[in-house]
Design a protein around this ligand. Sequence first.
Ligand SMILES: Nc1nc2c(ncn2[C@@H]2O[C@H](COP(=O)(O)OP(=O)(O)OP(=O)(O)O)[C@@H](O)[C@H]2O)c(=O)[nH]1
Ligand SMILES: [Mg+2]
Length: 231
Amino acid sequence: MTAPVAKPPAAKPAAAKTSATKKPPREVRVTGAKFIASVSGIGEVPPGMAEFAMCGRSNVGKSSLINALCNQKQLARVSKTPGRTQRINLFDVDLSSGQTIRLVDLPGFGHADVPGAVQRQFSPMIQAYLLEQPALRAVLLLVDARRDPDPDAIGFAEWLSENHVPVVLIVTKSDKVPKTERFGVQEKLRRAFGQADRPLLCSSQVGDGMPDLLRFLRDAAGHLPRAKKSR
Ligand SMILES: Nc1nc2c(ncn2[C@@H]2O[C@H](COP(=O)(O)OP(=O)(O)OP(=O)(O)O)[C@@H](O)[C@H]2O)c(=O)[nH]1
Ligand SMILES: [Mg+2]
């Protein structure tokens, strides 16, 4: 089994060193972020900029990651109660590169009493968003550093790939894993998801991975065009 994925966040920008194409600065900062809307359908999403959707099991840290990236404590709602995020929540984020990107906080899967395939756990609304939103550049699929590879998440990554939606694997809560074990965690997840490159290790608590993830978002905002659907 392999789940094709988008180029991982650690990738360096591919710009050639010529006088015509300058390498973008290494550092990317968030200069502003605001909540835009909480919507229940793709038709309600205001048109705008490149979108990146946070996906993963309930409680994996999707909302926390948005807050950490934006350097704010309460932009997205964080909770110990799984299933807190129920609608599509949109946040527009200004980058120091001059771009504005949109982060999309989606409901988590795995908390509902719905066994089986992950896509059945997503409402038609979420499926439609993931499959049909032209502005969606990539899904950031979050997995908890402390958990074994999750068959639901692997199935979800495959489903996205089959539908030509770029997926980037992000390992959350790195602060909960001793430093000496982190490489092993990344390798285990890399293999389980059939990736060529090690997934990015992040902690919203202590900031691990944030500079790399911001660089990825900056670079991907203008790249990763979605393949045309064949159906
Ligand atoms: N130690 C640690 N805890 C974290 C981290 N990220 C999130 N958490 C905690 O994990 C819990 C769930 O975080 P959320 O961000 O609400 O998770 P979610 O994926 O948005 O959850 P749903 O909205 O229910 O799908 C909270 O108690 C957070 O404080 C992290 O990097 N490190
Ligand atoms: Mg949430």
